[in-house]
Design a protein around this ligand. Structure first.
Ligand SMILES: [Zn+2]
Length: 213
């Protein structure tokens, strides 16, 4: 049964196992998507940062697990009827992941933890993770990007204009094709968040494993 009573703890302290409300398999909490129930509406909300208070259920970010959980798993965990459909929750998970990754990128920009643009990325020493705009065909062919993709240290995310708006292009350039994350903790958080939503990203090219080593 998937319940958690330690939701007040910071996410970092949680290296505990949880049970997927869909397939019933155990996994590390950070490999599962946490959802919480709004008791007034009976609707589910996605809580990727594991920061929302209240009872939560956990589920793999996979269509099959979401469908099974909606049939019976969530109702068992929350001990009441749970509304929702797999497509809507799946879209909400991708949305929540995008927002969280954008927040992490903005924070990393403020903290000076990014190398922004192809030239800066080429000079970055052992970047922990590359974020490549999905429409950045030229950047995708750079050897540093190809190597990072092969090593599972790159994700395809957003587009050049969106990345430009998030982290600011240099020299008035409003488009950003590639970003290197220089901070390991931030890179891990981004890769993990992306990994939770990766199999739900239809029509998107998905490169990365969720691991940053
Ligand atoms: Zn599952």
């Amino acid at each position: 049964m998937t319940t958690d009573d330690d939701s007040a703890l910071p996410a970092r302290q949680k290296r505990t196992e949880r049970t997927c409300a869909g397939c019933g398999k155990h996994a590390e909490a950070d490999e599962l998507v946490r959802v919480v129930l709004d008791p007034s509406s009976g609707e589910l909300a996605v809580d990727l940062a594991s920061s929302a208070f209240g009872r939560g259920a956990h589920v793999h970010g996979a269509q099959s697990c979401l469908a099974k959980a909606l049939k019976s798993g969530f109702a068992r965990v929350f001990k009441c009827e749970v509304k929702g459909d797999a497509n809507a929750i799946s879209a909400a998970i991708v949305d929540a992941a995008d927002r969280r990754i954008e927040g992490l990128l903005s924070g990393a920009k403020r903290g000076g933890q990014l190398a922004i643009g192809a030239d800066a990325v080429k000079e970055a020493k052992e970047p922990a993770l590359l974020v490549v705009a999905r429409d950045a065909a030229a950047a995708a062919k750079l050897s540093i990007v190809e190597r990072a993709v092969a090593e599972g240290k790159a994700i395809a995310f957003a587009d050049k204009i969106r990345l430009g708006a998030l982290v600011g292009g240099r020299d008035g350039n409003r488009e950003v094709a590639v970003i290197a994350i220089l901070h390991r903790g931030v890179a891990t958080a981004i890769a993990q968040t992306y990994g939770l939503s990766a199999s739900l990203r239809r029509n998107e090219e998905v490169w990365s494993s969720s691991e940053v080593r």
